[in-house]
Write a protein that binds this ligand. Structure first.
Ligand SMILES: NC(=O)c1ccc[n+]([C@@H]2O[C@H](COP(=O)([O-])OP(=O)(O)OC[C@H]3O[C@@H](n4cnc5c(N)ncnc54)[C@H](O)[C@@H]3O)[C@@H](O)[C@H]2O)c1
Length: 284
């Protein structure tokens, strides 16, 4: 198996596939980034060992199955190539042009996009019937779900092979049509947006809204805690995709979210979102 993009998701997918017995090549734009991805994949495996979910022999075996590469040459020996590069249509289309040129003719081509139309990504391929969306969740080793999204022209044989692959990785598969935001991303965006509207209207405080979702619906975290984890900019970008796709006012972005992006309050990654996240170690 070959993974293009060794970031948060690519490294998690690599770790999960290696655990399932696949030999994985993790590729990125530089050797340093590919190595960083491999190190993160190994860290994710170590975390499983610490939690008692994995024994150290299996950890060693899985670690030995993850290799790194720069460039797509070694994609030619993979039965499945998964792209986990940044969420940008042009980047993904450009990559899939290259991937199609390097991968074996019968390999499954998959994208881990969380919101871009599979049909639009596949449009640049000579054979658009071989691309499928396999949407993993973060952190990959801990999240049981995979959302499977065929594009309009994807062959059923490719979908079946993708499903077998996801199940072999121990995931539960849900099927979604290639509709804007699929199932999960659409649900996520609306959840966060509605909470932001309630906060902006002064219906309740951020703490009470979060507590209401956590305790009232048994959500593991409130919508603002979730938004801070996902990134406010990402949430706004997804809502824009939904707006573009449906032109339905229910996807109107709450101005508070846009204002937070303008102010650089993007969530955990920027040190502040709906809540502050002081940098560890520094300061008094
Ligand atoms: N982070 C999440 O929670 C999450 C969840 C589900 C799906 N996704 C989707 O997964 C994909 C990857 O997201 P991520 O969070 O891992 O991003 P990331 O920024 O952590 O990783 C992307 C990686 O791709 C690399 N890259 C960029 N251009 C490349 C190229 N031309 N060739 C090879 N590698 C290249 C980058 O250097 C980086 O290492 C996106 O489509 C995203 O929407 C993300």
């Amino acid at each position: 198996m070959f993974v293009v993009g060794a970031g948060i998701m690519g490294s998690g997918i690599a770790a999960q596939a290696a655990l399932a017995g696949y030999f994985v090549t993790l590729e990125d734009v530089s050797g340093e980034l590919a190595e960083r991805g491999r190190a993160n994949a190994l860290r994710a495996l170590d975390h499983q060992v610490r939690k008692g979910l994995l024994d150290s022999v299996s950890r060693e075996e899985a670690a030995g199955r993850i290799d790194v590469a720069i460039g797509l040459r070694r994609a030619s020996i993979a039965t499945i190539v998964i792209e986990a590069a940044p969420e940008n249509l042009e980047i993904k289309q450009e990559l899939f042009r290259e991937i199609e040129g390097s991968a074996a003719a019968d390999a499954v081509l998959a994208t881990n996009t969380s919101s871009l139309p599979i049909t639009s990504i596949a449009q640049v391929l000579k054979d658009p019937t071989r691309l499928v969306g396999i949407h993993f969740f973060n952190p990959v080793l801990q999240m049981a779900l995979v959302e499977l999204i065929p594009g309009i022209r994807t062959r059923s044989e490719i979908v079946e092979r993708a499903e077998r692959f996801a199940k072999k990785l121990g995931k539960t598969v849900v099927h979604s049509k290639d509709s804007p935001g699929f199932v999960t991303t659409r649900a996520l965006a609306v959840l966060i947006n509605e909470a932001a509207w309630m906060l902006q209207e002064g219906v309740a405080t951020r703490e009470d809204i979060d507590a209401a979702y956590r305790l009232g619906f048994r959500h593991p975290m409130g919508p603002f805690e979730l938004a801070d984890l996902v990134g406010i900019d990402t949430a706004v970008a997804i809502l824009d995709v939904l707006w573009d796709g449906f032109r339905d006012p229910k996807y109107r972005v709450c101005p508070l979210l846009r204002q937070m992006v303008a102010a650089g309050r993007l969530g955990r990654k920027s040190g502040e979102g709906f809540y502050p996240y002081p940098a560890r170690g520094g300061g008094p």
